[in-house]
Design a protein around this ligand. Sequence first.
Ligand SMILES: C[S@@+](CC[C@H](N)C(=O)[O-])C[C@H]1O[C@@H](n2cnc3c(N)ncnc32)[C@H](O)[C@@H]1O
Length: 267
Amino acid sequence: MREEPPELAGPTPNGARIFDHFLGGTDHLVVDCEFADEIDRVVSGMGRLCHDLRRFSRTVVRHLAESGVDQFLELGSGLPTVDPVHAVAARHVTAPRVVYVDRDAEAVALASRIAAGVPGVAVEHADLTDVDAVLATPGVRELVDLRRPVAVLAVGVLSALDDETARATLRRYRDAVAPGSALAVTHPTGRGRPELVAWRAIPHTGWSYAPALRDPEDMAAWLEGTELVGPGWTSAPEWALDDPAADPEVTGSGLWGVLARVRRVRG
Ligand SMILES: C[S@@+](CC[C@H](N)C(=O)[O-])C[C@H]1O[C@@H](n2cnc3c(N)ncnc32)[C@H](O)[C@@H]1O
């Protein structure tokens, strides 16, 4: 566990650091562990959910890097710890460029410290729904060539958005990137994980929120103008290019994942 430098020794738990705790990382504080224990009492298996998200991210980043994609834009990135995008990509493609974007200033400050000095990596403070602001950040402008394919990752982050905002936001990213670019998305479903339904019912304050639960038919419009890759919508941790789709209700993950490639179709 990280020592608590004065500027990070705040009294409140932080969502990105709690995520790191659940992943078994070292970039969290005692207060985050205590809060994680509280979460576990309400939503048992939160650690498994975090690991499932990371497993999906690892697999799709590997697939994309192996297919030659060397630019990645992670939206709602949290902390770049425990198999972060830049480390996974670097195993499979030369000199990847990765921009991490998060709206949580505390997470961005810590993520910047973690990624400091890593070539080709930038951490930016922005709201993913402000697509113009994200694309205008120094990291994106300096590291990402939007005329070449880029992978846009929205892993573990869209369930806080209302339907229209999520749809419009993904379409803006789709329209901003070159053909052959990719959108990788996860989303929780109420099917297969009853405690995710229970999560919605608890009182939420501060950084916590009642997640929307959706199924592919609810999200089809988000990915118009793209082609689904491999299994299409599938249980996120089971995503594999050559495997058939798995139902998250059957696997018990309660988590959909999809990878889509951008076509040059508008509207
Ligand atoms: C589950 S965590 C990290 C997930 C991360 N993508 C991963 O796969 O490890 C979600 C993160 O999204 C951030 N976030 C939530 N809503 C956001 C938004 N509208 N814009 C940018 N970041 C957001 C939170 O601050 C948090 O750090």
